[in-house]
Design a protein around this ligand. Structure first.
Ligand SMILES: Cc1ncc(COP(=O)(O)O)c(C=O)c1O
Length: 466
């Protein structure tokens, strides 16, 4: 059987291909991103407001770029160490041990071509035929996609509990334990916090309760805290590794993409028990040989000095931290602003609070219930609404159900983009678009069309004047 993503494009292979490809999903952010570019170049709209991107707004800090340039000038262009050079792993291990309050050795670190690789390595290593994997719903779609590809029929969803009033999505441990009681052979659980797509953080107490389940049922956790430094309102990220004994049961996916605004560099690392690093290293040799040498030098210099092949690369730790801390302040301002702006249309749009990462996951169920939306526009789902926003109004967002069943009726807003070009004018624009939908349905909008600019300007003052 040929997968739909090929038949849709009328691409029919003339050989037999792996039928498991039918189970391979995707990360809509990339596919839909291409659609956004298409609409943009069609010039149908004077501007596309971009709330769909999972990429960082800020650019890679200059000291990182300078270290990379120096490495290239020094001709650091040959094969590198398959696990990551010892000193590079040493620097990461030292920093990570201090950060997490637990002893992490260089032998626990693997340098990889960005964090995503950790997902596939774990699914190829820790799951035997018949074993099951639990993913969060809603959650980052690549987990379910790859888990289905390798182990279809073995993927279970830990569904978030929806609070209709606050529109928060809370992952409850009792729901998780039920999955263990009802299923045999669960070997892997994925936890992502701060989370994509919700921008919510998992509390320390919840993680501690999950650790109790690990001890009881013996399963591994992929702990994805790739947004760990991007947290707001005084919240501090709590790591699963900080719970005594959990280093033995965790593959910690982290890396440079989000914190350091380095998505395009494809550079990451994971933390895992030493025996797993041995296996992952062997897989790494077979898959990508090594992370490129320039990137290895950068990865080390971000946390300490690196000496390689007679060249010295000084630590850029302090200067880089100073720069990214400013980026995080800007994310926090934009997150608060977008959340409050969308809530001006409550109860039609109900938005959660920005806790971390750079996403919000407002509910648009009441918008989807509007007469004009259902009957005149014929929009039946969050996917239809996302498409209408882009193709008919020039606003790019992602559909909630692209992140799982529990995402139905939600729209994911990323606020990574530039404040003045996208976030502020984009919010004015989208509020007006939704008000139009409410009024055309014969209902009374909580905010009038002519009040939008003034209200948003008030919020701009509140969040961005300092
Ligand atoms: C939750 C989550 N995990 C992992 C990744 C992958 O990151 P990387 O660029 O390091 O592969 C992303 C990227 O969007 C993400 O949102």
């Amino acid at each position: 059987m040929i997968p739909k993503f090929l038949t849709d494009k009328n691409l029919i292979p003339n050989v037999t291909i792996n039928p498991d490809l039918n189970y391979l999903g995707t990360e809509t952010a990339f596919g839909f991103g291409a659609e956004v570019i298409k609409v943009e170049s069609s010039k149908k709209f004077s501007q596309i407001y971009k709330f769909h991107v999972g990429d960082t707004g800020p650019k890679t800090p200059e000291p990182i770029i300078n270290t990379a340039i120096q490495a290239l000038k020094d001709k650091q262009t040959k094969y590198g160490h398959f696990l990551g050079y010892p000193q590079v792993r040493q620097n990461i291990a030292k920093y990570w041990s201090e950060l997490r309050g637990v002893e992490i050795k260089p032998e626990n670190i693997l340098l990889e071509p960005a964090g995503k690789s950790a997902i596939e390595l774990s699914l190829q290593t820790l799951i035997a035929p018949g074993d099951k994997i639990i993913v969060q719903d809603p959650g980052y779609p690549v987990y379910e996609s790859l888990a289905e590809f390798y182990h279809h029929g073995q993927v279970l969803a830990w569904q978030a509990h929806k609070d209709e009033d606050k529109q928060t999505l809370e992952f409850r441990v009792e729901d998780l334990e039920k999955l263990f009681q009802e299923n045999q052979n669960i070997k892997l659980l994925v936890i992502n916090t701060p989370q994509n797509p919700t921008g919510m953080m998992m509390p320390k107490e919840t993680l501690e309760q999950v650790a109790e389940l690990v001890k009881k049922y013996k399963f591994f956790v992929i702990f994805d805290d790739i947004y760990d430094q991007i947290t707001f309102g005084g919240r501090k990220h709590f790591s699963f590794l900080s719970i005594p004994g959990m280093l033995d049961w965790t593959v910690n996916l982290n890396g440079y993409s989000k914190n350091y605004a380095m998505t395009g560099w494809r550079l990451g690392f994971l933390v895992a028990p030493e025996w797993l690093i041995e296996i992952f290293g062997r897989l790494a040799i077979n898959k990508w040989s090594n992370v490129n040498k320039m990137n290895q030098i950068v990865a080390g210099a971000i946390y300490g000095d690196v000496d390689l092949d007679g060249f010295h690369y000084p630590s850029i730790k302090e200067e880089v931290q100073e720069i990214i801390d400013k980026d995080f302040v800007e994310y926090e301002k934009k997150g608060g602003f977008v959340s409050e702006a969308l809530n001006l249309l409550k109860p039609y749009v109900v938005c959660n609070e920005a806790e971390g990462a750079f996403y919000l996951f407002p509910s648009f169920t009441r918008v989807l219930d509007l007469k004009y939306v259902k009957e005149d526009l014929g929009l039946k789902s969050d996917v239809d609404l996302r498409n209408w926003f882009l193709y008919e109004r020039g606003v790019a967002t992602l559909a909630g159900s692209d992140f799982g069943q529990m995402g139905k009726g939600h729209i994911r807003f990323s606020y990574a983009e530039d404040r003045n070009n996208h976030i502020i004018p984009g919010m004015k624009y989208i509020l007006k678009v939704v008000i139009e939908l409410i009024e055309k349905s014969g209902e009374v909008s909580p905010l009038k069309m002519e009040e939008v600019d003034g209200k948003i300007d008030e919020l701009v003052n509140k969040y961005f004047s300092a």
